[in-house]
Write a new protein. Structure first.
Length: 560
């Protein structure tokens, strides 16, 4: 069917249609021109295009029905689309399928909801986004199965009006949950700024720190030091210990060693240990005073300490003592201890410790007395990180008999760890940061920091054991972090000297202590190296970064 002149007035269209049908009836080719009289029962029938039988006698009644429908449509045409600020209240006078649109008056005027008359009742249908075609849609409610856009700008975006939902607005992103009492609470909040930048349950992350009831970390750094490095500076306590709670056998009539106690454990590299035997009681038989010899002896990696009654090859004397023992009663014997430094070790080693005793003269058997309330204790204790002895040896006296007094050896006066700030920074810098690496057309950029004169004076002529540099990252090209390369400098920010040291897998924004190679130590102590720079010839973006200028520090362990 073809529709024409859709804009004509309804009454004119009806009149034209009726006149056209009458004209067609008058021009019928079934007979002569004029009116055909079928009589009271005559008719003309035919089959239309839909296969339905039609009759001339039914045409007048069909025209009457059409006229009635058109009159009704004309009467209700003004109510097919209604725009209002409230919901529809009645249905009288509204045609089936009519729309009622609710708006908020502007400017601009915003469509907030839509209703439709369906089966004689108003039904809320909302805004159907699938029927909108526009460059800009300004609406209070859009109802769609799926909505795709290059950009959505809104004051509020949420998944629901209440209950568990996600809300995005100018204060950030919030996930609301429902607790056991049915009340809403914030499960997760993200920024955009303020004291609680990110909140997840009981955990809050802000620019000033993280507050959480518990945490589990593969690694943890404080002020650039890992937790392991921090704890390594403190004693780790008892490594192994044991006690003798019953009296030993007499050692026989010989003057050979007899074993009285043994401990086996593992010692770590880079530590200092105190090995100790407590005070104890010894008894001699035979009615004669005597002297006893005691020794703490040790070995490594499973080497037996005694071969029969003789110390084995590859074992070491820790401490040796000679004490008098008086016949007729138990004699209290002083304890013994010695220090063992594992600073030269590359890894941990098995450690065996044995307490041995013998009479100085054969034929005077001795034994160790012990009960549960006076028990000799043998112990191995970690007292801290490795450190060399700094004992200052004095040799007062004339040597006896008028001999010339020997000269005092050169002492180690002090061993200390001291931290200094950098005196200044410079080179390729911007907004308080020092560049490292190559990006785009800027070329290779680098810079550094220099030592304070007081620091150089303190280290002059010293023996440096460890030199560390603290840097705080301000930017890496990759979010996963980057690689820093440190070089000594000549006191100018870009005056690169010597060989560099690399620190990889450096997280973005993290501070880190970097230990420089021992090959730098002598040149720092003699004043050749006067600062530290970040510099690399590698053009990869992993090496492109920036470091804050001000937080840089130098921590030095040295003897002088």
């Amino acid at each position: 069917m073809e529709y024409r002149d859709l804009n004509a007035r309804p009454k004119d269209s009806l009149r034209a249609t009726v006149e056209r049908m009458r004209e067609e009836a008058r021009s019928s080719k079934t007979g002569p021109t004029g009116v055909k009289d079928f009589g009271e029962h005559g008719d003309a029938v035919w089959t239309d295009g839909d296969g339905q039988q039609q009759s001339v006698r039914t045409i007048p009644s069909a025209l009457e029905r059409l006229q009635e429908e058109l009159v009704t449509g004309i009467a209700t045409a003004s109510k097919f689309n209604t725009v209002a600020t409230s919901t529809p209240a009645e249905t009288d006078g509204y045609p089936e399928g009519a729309f009622w649109t609710i708006v908020e008056l502007g400017p601009p005027m915003v469509e907030t909801d839509r209703w439709q008359l369906v089966d004689g009742a108003w039904v809320q249908v909302g805004l159907d986004a699938g029927r909108l075609v526009a460059g800009t849609v300004d609406a209070g409610l859009i109802d769609a199965v799926a909505l795709a856009a290059r950009m959505v700008t809104a004051g509020l975006i949420r998944t629901a009006e209440s209950g568990q939902r996600v809300v995005i607005d100018s204060t950030g992103i919030t996930l609301y949950g429902i607790n056991d009492d049915g009340a809403e609470y914030e499960m997760v909040r993200i920024g955009p700024s303020g004291d609680n930048l990110i909140t997840a349950g009981s955990t809050m992350i802000s620019p000033s720190g993280v507050q959480a009831p518990a945490g589990s970390f593969d690694s943890l750094a404080v002020g650039g030091d890992t937790l392991g490095d921090i704890l390594a500076q403190y004693p780790r306590g008892m490594r192994a210990w044991g006690q003798l709670t019953s009296t030993s056998q007499l050692d026989g009539d010989t003057s050979d060693y007899a074993r009285r106690g043994e401990i086996q454990t593992t010692l770590e590299a880079g530590r200092l240990y105190r090995i100790r035997l407590s005070e104890h009681f010894v008894e001699v038989t035979g009615g004669t005073n005597t002297n006893i010899v005691e020794e703490l002896r040790y070995s490594f990696d499973g080497t037996p300490i005694l071969h029969g009654t003789t110390p084995n090859e590859g074992t070491y004397r820790g401490i040796f003592a000679r004490n008098p023992v008086f016949a007729g009663s138990a004699t209290a014997v002083n304890g013994m201890e010695f220090m063992l430094d594992t600073g030269s070790w590359s890894s941990g080693r098995g450690f065996w410790l044995m307490w041995m005793i013998r009479p100085e003269v054969a034929g005077r058997p001795v034994r160790v007395l012990a009960t549960s309330f006076y028990s000799p204790v043998l112990s191995i204790e970690d007292v801290g990180p490795s450190m060399p002895s700094t004992l200052k040896r004095w040799n007062d006296g004339d040597g006896g008999g008028g001999a010339t007094e020997p000269a005092d050896p050169t002492p180690i006066v002090v061993r200390r760890t001291q931290t200094w700030d950098a005196a200044s920074y410079g080179g390729d810098t911007r907004n308080g940061t020092v560049y490292q690496g190559t990006y785009s057309s800027y070329g290779n950029r680098y810079g550094g920091w220099v030592f304070y004169p007081a620091m150089r004076s303190a280290l002059a002529g010293s023996t440096i054991e460890k030199f560390e540099v603290y840097l705080e990252n301000a930017h890496w090209y990759y979010g996963s972090g980057g690689t820093a390369v440190l070089y000594p400098n000549d006191g100018t920010y870009k005056g690169i000297l010597g060989s560099g040291t690399t620190s990889a897998n450096w997280p973005r924004y993290a501070g880190r202590w970097v230990t420089v190679p021992s090959s730098w130590h002598t040149q720092i102590a003699n004043g050749t190296y006067k600062g530290v720079s970040v510099y690399t010839t590698n053009t990869g973006l992993t090496y492109y970064g920036q470091f804050k200028g001000s937080p840089t520090k130098f921590r030095v362990t040295y003897r002088k």
